[in-house]
Design a protein around this ligand. Structure first.
Ligand code: FAD
Length: 384
């Protein structure tokens, strides 16, 4: 293993690998990536791959639009089909306040030329007749949203990073971040000590533990989300959007021959990634409420993963004021997969040029929490 590097990235999920790829592409020197287990074994392999531009804040929309460019030409750039399926996202509003917020969101999104539209309840009923619509006032639909394969996207970044000369070490845990007089000096792993002037925290739900190694409080909590998949089941429409029952915090979409149903999101942080019966019952109840035909569906499997939640449900990106050389790429709050292409790009700009130029990331800096400049959303953010 290398004893000297220019950048060490801790974490081999989609974020760490995208950063590694972009740094490698731009020949940023000796890049080392450390993964304590196997690449992608964290949140990335448990993610459902959702990609959308329907966000309620400008900064998230910018990350979506920039990332979309990569998803669109992924095969060309990486030689791997990312299985990007543009089935659309449909957000359903049940209350007047949800409807008002959704309509405001449309204005914001249209300002970025996002092809989103408001559909009234009748239009939705007509288009997707399997939905129970009694309590629905309408919804927003964007046909360009959809989902892609997390393992395909991860493989693309891994292959690209390796071809660009990045050294990737699996089964190698960062145990200690070496710090001297307010600057990062390197990383001690289970195997060796690597000296490096730049260390990137790309630890997903483990971000706060990695922060602690550098004596820094990174406010990211791991929150479990469970998901379930039915046995083969067909609705009246062959293709239908990822549909979000916003009020119930529930969503579903096609998954091969079955349907993927979201389960509950834990309220208390933990590193628990097991799935349980109660969650399956809750997912089924929500499903049958909104799509009565699903009474006949059988749950075939399920899994759980961890969101990496920040206090304002937005990423924590960039330099740390009091620790030179330590870079954060954390707190994606359930959106890290879809924003990973743009995150890799801006973090590589920050490391190479000293400033992110593609997107201004200053509002995502960690010191916003101390300054009280949290990013406000009109409603609790939806998380896939
Ligand atoms: C059920 C579920 C559904 C989701 N659906 C979506 C979706 O539809 N769209 C979307 O955009 N996002 C979604 N997400 C969120 C998405 O999965 C994450 O935002 C994204 O995967 C974060 O990537 P990451 O690389 O930061 O973290 P991870 O993939 O968790 O990678 C971090 C890695 O760091 C490693 N690590 C930690 N500590 C150390 C250490 N000390 N030394 C070395 N390695 C270390 C871990 O082993 C891990 O592999 C979903 C998440 C869940 C749980």
């Amino acid at each position: 293993m290398e004893q000297v590097a220019d950048v060490v990235i801790i974490g081999g999920g989609v974020i760490g690998l995208s950063i590694a790829y972009h740094l490698g592409q731009r020949k940023a020197g000796r890049i080392v990536l450390l993964e304590k287990g196997q690449l992608g074994e964290g949140s990335t392999s448990r993610c459902v791959g959702g990609i959308r531009s329907q966000f309620s804040t400008e900064i998230n929309i910018r990350f979506s639009l920039e990332s979309m460019k990569t998803f669109e030409r992924f095969e060309e750039e990486f030689g791997i089909n990312p299985e990007f399926r543009k089935i659309g996202y449909l957000f359903l509003a049940t209350t007047t306040s949800e409807m008002e917020v959704f309509k405001e969101n449309i204005k914001l999104q249209k300002g970025f030329h996002v092809p989103v539209e408001w559909m009234d309840a009748d239009a939705i009923r007509k288009q997707w007749p399997y939905l129970k619509m009694d309590d629905i006032l309408g919804g927003t639909f964007c046909a360009r949203d959809g989902y892609a394969g997390p393992s395909e996207v991860l493989s693309g970044f891994v292959g690209g990073a390796k071809r660009a000369g990045v050294k990737i070490y699996e089964g190698t845990e960062a145990k200690e971040i070496l710090v001297d007089q307010g600057r990062v000096m390197g990383v001690r792993t289970s195997e060796a000590e690597i000296s490096s002037p730049v260390v990137v925290n790309a630890g997903g739900p483990y971000a706060s533990l990695i922060g602690e190694m550098a004596g820094l409080r990174v406010p990211v909590k791991p929150l479990r989300r469970q998901v379930f998949v039915t046995a083969p089941f067909h609705l009246t429409n062959r293709i239908f959007p990822l549909t979000i029952d916003f009020h119930r915090g529930w969503y579903f979409r096609q998954e091969v021959d079955g349907l993927l149903l979201s389960g509950p999101l834990d309220k208390e942080p933990s590193f628990n990634t097991s799935s349980d019966y109660e969650a399956m019952v809750e997912a089924s109840e929500n499903a049958i409420y909104r799509v009565p035909a699903l009474e006949k569906a059988r749950i075939a499997r399920g899994w759980a993963g961890l969101y990496e939640i920040s206090p304002d449900n937005h990423a924590i990106l960039g330099k740390v004021p009091c620790l030179e050389g330590f870079i954060l790429a954390n707190g994606f709050s359930g959106h890290g997969f879809q924003h990973s292409p743009a995150v890799g790009k801006v973090i590589s700009e920050l490391i190479i040029e000293g400033k992110a130029t593609t997107i201004d990331i200053s509002s995502l800096s960690i010191d916003r929490f101390e300054r009280g400049n949290l990013i406000l959303e009109p409603m609790t953010a939806f998380k896939e």
